[in-house]
Design a protein around this ligand. Structure first.
Ligand code: CUA
Length: 315
């Protein structure tokens, strides 16, 4: 029923993920709620104005002393309504922020004025995102200059691309086809041209597409990261054999303790911070000796290093 409504009236773009349907349902709930109050409030105003109209010039109204049940009702009902909206929205938000473990990691870098995308197998593309249908895709998003926002309307997902930080979101496309991709944050003169398409393919087509030639060669991010790791001589300290730096074996997704008593989960963002701003957090038991690699490695290279580090010590 919703499907037909959307197609006939085109209030919203089509739905191409499970998430899209859920977001639209919440959206329509908000609209319906707003509509109810928009009608209810003026209706009550008009009704009261007529009913309590002064009948004669010397009429004195009866004093009003308040009503406890009424006050409780107009406090509790809006509270319940807003909590339903909050809870419903929070569940959707958490759902789209926590990708399933079998998702494919696709890296997205925003740059004035294009989207640079790299697949786990190494293939790169610009302003296009090819994905297989019915496969969870996790996007790891950052920017190399200003704020952008990666927006895929048919999946009802959007996340800011923030310089110096990784943002993630995930989706699972439920139908094949070609859909819009936008930058949804004003980012300079050519912001409106920072658009592209997401192409959802069958798994077989996607595999074929991955095989097609691309000019960058097809070094995987892991292989490129391994090469960089040795070129930048990271292993002179991070060699896991009592070096000056902590071992990176099986680091990914473990909890790391710092000298200041705090700790963090070693996710992509943490590993990134350790490369570009290593002295912000020093791992307990080590000294603040690591120099920053800010400016020496591009966003893509940071991603490649992270991809390689994630594989260390993993069978
Ligand atoms: Cu990038 Cu707007």
């Amino acid at each position: 029923m919703w499907e037909t409504l959307f197609r006939d009236f085109s209030f919203l773009p089509e739905q191409a993920s499970e998430h899209a349907g859920q977001v639209d349902l919440l959206y329509f709930f908000c609209v319906a709620l707003t509509a109810v109050f928009t009608v209810l409030i003026p209706a009550v105003m008009v009704f009261v104005a007529i009913k309590f109209k002064r009948k004669s010039d010397d009429e004195v109204p009866k004093p009003v002393h308040g009503s406890l049940p009424l006050e409780i009702a107009w406090s509790v009902i809006p509270f319940v309504v807003t909590m339903v909206l909050f809870g419903w929205g929070a569940v959707l938000f958490f759902n789209y922020s926590s990708p399933p473990p079998n998702s494919l990691d696709v890296h997205v870098v925003g740059k004035q004025w294009m989207w640079k995308i790299q697949h786990p197998e190494g293939k790169r593309e610009i302003n296009q995102l090819h994905v297989p249908v019915n496969q969870p895709i996790r996007l790891i998003i950052t920017s190399e200059d200003v704020l952008h926002s990666f927006y895929l309307p048919v999946f009802r997902i959007k996340r800011d691309a923030v310089p110096g930080r990784y943002q993630t979101m995930w989706f699972e496309a439920t139908k094949t086809g070609e859909f819009h991709l936008f930058c949804a944050e004003y980012c300079g003169t050519e912001h409106s041209l920072m658009i592209g398409s997401v192409i959802v393919m069958s798994p077989e087509e996607y595999d074929q597409w991955l095989q097609t030639d691309d000019q960058d060669g097809s070094e995987t991010p892991v292989a490129a990261g391994e090469r960089l790791f040795s070129e930048l001589r990271c292993n002179s300290c991070h060699n896991g054999a009592g070096g000056n730096g902590p071992s990176l074996d099986s680091l990914y997704r473990t909890r790391v303790a710092f000298t200041d008593g705090t700790n963090a989960i070693a996710d992509e963002s943490y590993i990134r911070e350790s490369i570009v701003d290593p002295r912000r957090h020093t791992v307990a038991g080590f000294g603040p000796m690591m120099p920053t690699f800010q400016g020496q490695v591009s966003e893509e290279q940071v991603f490649e290093l992270i991809s390689y580090i994630k594989t260390l010590g993993v069978e």
